[in-house]
Design a protein around this ligand. Structure first.
Ligand code: GLU
Length: 416
């Protein structure tokens, strides 16, 4: 059995519940409960100081039954093989829920990107890609941005891979700059998807999006875009937290102003048109919608009783522990699970990969219209399953995903 830890175990608890309800064949269960491939690499980098530092990197390909592995690369000091494996599994279920022809993968490098210069980050990225070069490719495994990586990082991934294979290969990675084969609408897609499912959830609960109050944990690519689009739809963004602090304004934060403020080195802290807030208090604010859009394990048994929101839309991967999720469900909180709520990013990644492969690019309107339609359809498919079995949306999303992958696994049969 591959090495595993608490984050993967939490993912498995979610998986097992759905597999049990599906009466999943034990053989297929055994396949889907394990990663296909876990790779650990050491990446030596010449630092600006002249010293050599060696960084540990991971790439996990969890399952490729539906297509190439797909998933981001994360740079964070707390990255572990356990975390990357769980994230790769979540990518697998996410792609299946969205009916996009990808398996699931994830990568991570243990580093503190805030302490790396741009040159060191580039060198680390190129060496990490060189170390996993045989694993990736448009038909094998297609990385994308994740925590602390962005379009520039993806440009370096694309260039390193292209130099190795001897020609420009845009489809090896998604989330690239638009100038070099990225898709219009990709950067905003995860946040836009979070908003799309929040709108569906509000309609399902007979709530008017325009009168909702919202708290957002995390102000990176997902949280900031979701907050901006929700504010534009008329919702009131009451509080926002990032890794360094939090800010509150009961009358509604000026999200655009906050984005500009946070772009400096301070993050959201010190925003003049709001009051400082203890970041730990954000999850317990009296708001209608809570959007955890940072890291795993934020809503836990220790703080779940403080949560007062009616809707939790999981912008992050794995923000709610299984125990906390059961408590929220018991209390009637409507949780839109990560593998559905944050699937807008990989859906637009799929659009980018398609555009790269046929060499013809869509308008932003095309991307947005197709993305929103897919988010709506996926939400409704999961909701229908949840109703049919009288279960929560997370278990329903896993059931939809597992049933699709199991069907293909059976059709393909076993090799050798
Ligand atoms: N890192 C994002 C996620 O967790 C996007 C992955 C992708 O676009 O491949 O869904």
């Amino acid at each position: 059995m591959p090495e595993r830890g608490p984050i993967f175990d939490a993912m498995l608890q979610e998986f097992d519940e759905a597999a049990r309800l599906l009466k999943l064949d034990p053989g297929i269960w055994g396949i889907l409960a394990r990663p296909k491939r876990q790779v650990v690499v050491s990446c030596p980098v010449h630092m600006d100081s002249g010293a050599i530092e060696v960084f540990t990197g991971y790439r996990v390909q969890y399952n490729v039954a539906l297509g190439p592995a797909k998933g981001g690369i994360r740079y964070h000091p707390a990255v572990t093989l356990d975390e990357v494996t769980a994230l790769a599994a979540w990518m697998t279920w996410k792609c299946a829920v969205m009916q996009i022809p990808f398996g699931g993968g994830k990568g991570g490098v243990v580093c503190d990107p805030r302490r790396l210069s741009a040159r060191e980050t580039e060198a680390l990225t190129r060496r990490y890609v060189a170390e996993i070069i045989d694993l990736i490719g448009p038909e094998r495994d297609v990385p994308a941005p994740d925590v602390n990586t962005d379009a520039q990082t993806m440009a370096w991934v694309m260039d390193t891979y292209s130099m190795h294979v001897g020609h420009t290969e845009t489809a090896v990675v998604t989330g690239k700059p638009v100038e070099m084969g990225g898709s219009l609408g990709r950067r905003e897609a995860t946040g836009r998807g979070v908003v799309a499912v929040t709108r569906e959830a509000a309609a399902h609960l007979d709530l008017d999006l325009r009168s909702l109050t919202v708290a957002v944990q995390g102000f990176g690519n997902v949280g900031s875009v979701a907050a901006g689009l929700l504010a534009r739809s008329g919702a009131r963004i009451v509080a926002v937290a990032d890794s360094r602090g939090a800010v509150i304004n009961e009358a509604g934060l000026d999200v655009q102003g906050l984005i500009e403020h946070a772009a400096g080195r301070t993050g959201v802290s010190g925003f003049p048109r709001g009051a400082p807030l203890d970041p730990g208090a954000l999850l317990g604010l009296d708001v209608d919608v809570l959007i955890p859009a940072a890291l795993e394990n934020q809503i836990t048994a220790a703080n779940v009783d403080t949560v007062r929101a009616k809707i939790v839309a999981e912008g992050a991967n794995g923000p709610t522990t299984p125990e906390a999720h059961r408590a929220l469900h018991r209390r009637g909180v409507f949780v839109v699970p990560d593998i559905l709520a944050n699937a807008g990013g990989v859906t637009a990644s799929y659009f980018e990969w398609v555009q790269n492969r046929y060499g013809y690019f869509w308008t932003e309107e095309d991307v947005v219209t197709r993305l929103e339609a897919r988010m709506r359809d996926a939400f409704q498919a999961v909701l229908a399953t949840a109703r049919a079995h009288a279960i929560d949306m997370r278990t329903a999303a896993y059931m939809v995903a597992i049933a699709r992958i199991a069907a293909v696994t059976r059709l393909r049969g076993m090799y050798a």
